[in-house]
Write a protein that binds this ligand. Sequence first.
Ligand SMILES: Cc1cc2nc3c(=O)[nH]c(=O)nc-3n(C[C@H](O)[C@H](O)[C@H](O)COP(=O)(O)OP(=O)(O)OC[C@H]3O[C@@H](n4cnc5c(N)ncnc54)[C@H](O)[C@@H]3O)c2cc1C
Length: 476
Amino acid sequence: MASLHPTIVLGGGFVGLLTVLNLSHQTYPHPILLVEPRDRFIFKPLLYELLTGEMHPKQICPAYTELLANRQVSFIQDRVQAIDLQQRQVTLSSGRFLSYSNLVLALGSHTTYFNTPGAAAYSFPFTSDDEAIALRNQLQNCLRRARETPNLEEKMGLLTVAIVGAGPAGVELACTLADILPVWYDQLGGDYEDLRIVLVNRSGEILKGDINNRLRTTAQHSLMQRTIPIELLLEAAVNEIRTDGIAYQQQGMNHFLSAATIAWTAGTEPNSLLKTLAVAPEHRNRRGQIQVKSTLQLLDYPEVFMGGDGAYVAEAPQPATAQVAYQQGQAIAHNLLAIAAGRSPSPSQINLRGTLMKLGIGEGVANLFNRIELKGELGHLIRQATYLELLPTPAHNFKNTTEWFTDSLFQRHQPRSLNANHYRRTPLLAGMTAAMVSALIALPLAWRAAQPQTFQETLSWTGVPALLDRWTPRQQ
Ligand SMILES: Cc1cc2nc3c(=O)[nH]c(=O)nc-3n(C[C@H](O)[C@H](O)[C@H](O)COP(=O)(O)OP(=O)(O)OC[C@H]3O[C@@H](n4cnc5c(N)ncnc54)[C@H](O)[C@@H]3O)c2cc1C
């Protein structure tokens, strides 16, 4: 029986998109509406590849019309302005009102500047395709101006990039820029040794308190090994961002760092719409996230589900990451289907499979199940392959994987490196790497097929059996 009102999903990021894709894939009996202001999904972990040109924008930001083609999902390109949980009604920017039977809150998070003067006006955030492109335009413009100016002081400022915040995004952005800027500047005839990248952080260590914390030593090493070694400015409290640099305090002294480009990766906070919801203060945490049950339902509104950066489960808190959001989207769809079939929703099971970081062009690190660390080019290949596997919809996934493997082997989109020691790629090396990855995957698969019990017992501590079960489920 069709319900009176549709199920409405607010926000088409990881949680929202995965919810509607899973619902439509499993023939959910009720109408599904997805409300999202953008026309394209953003696969945020690959924004660095958008900035450098390593991947095509369409691979990283596919259009919703493409992702939702032939699916029973109505896409409304609009912005949510207000949500009335008691009246079960949503107001959109266009003035339209929508009533729902079930609601999914998947509104994500946005950049916060901690009220730092000048930060919103003069720094470059890095959370969307538009922001990645704006940063690239700014950097290329500065490099061009640096080539033209006869003024040495102005040139040094134009060639200095400061990145505020040494969390994962700051570290990954710094490593990426330290490899790509020399290529761009070299193409303009400049001397890459004049470039400077400074990573500014309030605390004394990078990746502090982050899920990637155990990769700190590897990340620190990579920061130093880039084409331009990255300067770390630690225990530096940023007081103000100006058009020409950063005013900060370090060990009680005031300093100023001249930099024409300042990227801001210092923090995010849950979508501000969440502040307006009729949810009790005791069901919110200090970050502004809203508490949900393990089934991902709001405590006082069982018809409303929520996941991703804006939600927390008190009994099993999870980091605000894409891999959590992705799985929560699947879990929400599973529970909506259960309710539609007259069953009770079940607790969501989130499996953290480790973390992945980009540490330069063609270089990365994969921390599998907090037990195995694979770095360098192999880390890069695993990161890329994992993300391509996660890209939504099988058709999109297949297309990108094929394109990426071709690029990897034949070096399309590979910016020319100036530091041959780090990532010079020959077809032979690429072929060997692909062969290594194939062997790494094929050998355990063969063992698992021949001796499933011994394989499980011997390797369960490594997490490899679980990983293989997820990638290539066993034939029963
Ligand atoms: C540069 C960068 C790199 C990252 N790298 C990694 C990584 O390597 N690994 C990892 O696990 N995680 C990574 N993350 C974090 C990850 O992307 C987020 O945790 C994840 O996107 C959260 O998913 P979500 O569905 O909660 O929110 P989002 O994916 O942000 O989706 C929220 C959606 O809501 C929409 N929206 C916002 N306001 C409204 C409104 N008023 N009305 C309607 N819709 C609205 C937005 O347009 C967006 O589409 C990275 C994030 C960034 C910024």
